[in-house]
Design a protein around this ligand. Structure first.
Ligand code: ATP
Ligand code: MG
Length: 226
């Protein structure tokens, strides 16, 4: 049976969506960097057998901001207990598709953040992850307080589609975070060097805008769910 230990002072955030390419890894590494630069000890668990977050860490030249480990079997909710003493925040970068690993990540989490792109396909596809979260959390009393929220990623400025998608997502009865993440090439550019957008904010104005939205998102998650 899936069980959960409750750690009141810890924040365990999963980025999940069975749909591929929605921004789980991009947001995981940047949120991990944001919390780490805010002075927290952060662990990033790469739960995807594609190992994208570990590839990101491998590309990095300088010191690491946070620890990255890979757990790609459905044992995250058990293994996580061993790390709780050493970290303030744990971020789990979820895999596309693999249900059993996603289930394990949900059980381990305080909050599940679901990235969605502003497209009707993403709105429809979100049904799968919302159903999975409900299926895992609803039958077990101690899992019922696991929170969930959508974050809109790759929003394109001055278009109406972001607002339309926010409206359409209301059918799931899951809150949409106020801070949206925009389409910015800097997310891909920084990732290719194992950097977060926050580390480039003084060098590049596009990265500065990205850093601001990531910082705001990181704070909103703590304010709403901690
Ligand atoms: N806000 C953004 N602006 C520009 N590019 C982005 C943004 N978010 C993600 N991307 C790009 O989109 C692609 C997919 O993003 P990412 O790998 O984070 O998605 P994912 O959900 O982790 O994918 P997978 O399901 O394969 O694990 C990457 O090339 C990434 O650089
Ligand atoms: Mg990924």
């Amino acid at each position: 049976m899936l069980y959960k230990k409750i750690f009141l002072d810890k924040m365990i955030i999963s980025l999940l969506n069975q749909k591929g390419g929605v921004g789980k890894t991009t947001l995981s590494v940047n949120l991990a960097a944001a919390y780490s630069l805010q002075g927290k000890k952060v662990l990033l668990i790469d739960a995807d057998p594609q190992n994208s977050a570990m590839d990101w860490a491998t590309k990095r030249q300088g010191d690491s901001l946070f620890t990255v480990i890979g757990i790609t079997k459905p044992i995250i909710h058990k293994e996580i207990n061993a790390f709780m003493g050493d970290y303030n925040h744990i971020i789990i970068d979820g895999p596309p598709r693999i249900y059993e690993v996603a289930r394990s990540a949900i059980v381990a989490s305080n909050v599940v953040i679901i990235p969605v792109q502003p497209s009707p396909y993403d709105v429809w596809a979100a049904n799968e992850v919302v159903s999975l979260i409900n299926e895992v959390t609803e039958p077990i009393a101690e899992l019922k307080n696991i929170k969930k929220a959508f974050v809109i990623n790759r929003k394109i400025k001055n278009t109406a589609i972001g607002r339309d998608v926010e409206e359409a997502l209301k059918m799931y009865n899951v809150p949409v975070l106020e801070n949206h993440i925009h389409q910015r090439v800097t997310y891909a550019e920084t990732a290719s060097e194992g950097l977060s957008v926050l580390e480039m904010k003084d060098k590049d104005s596009a990265a500065a805008s990205a850093a601001e939205e990531i910082e705001n998102l990181s704070k909103e998650i703590l304010i709403k769910f901690k």
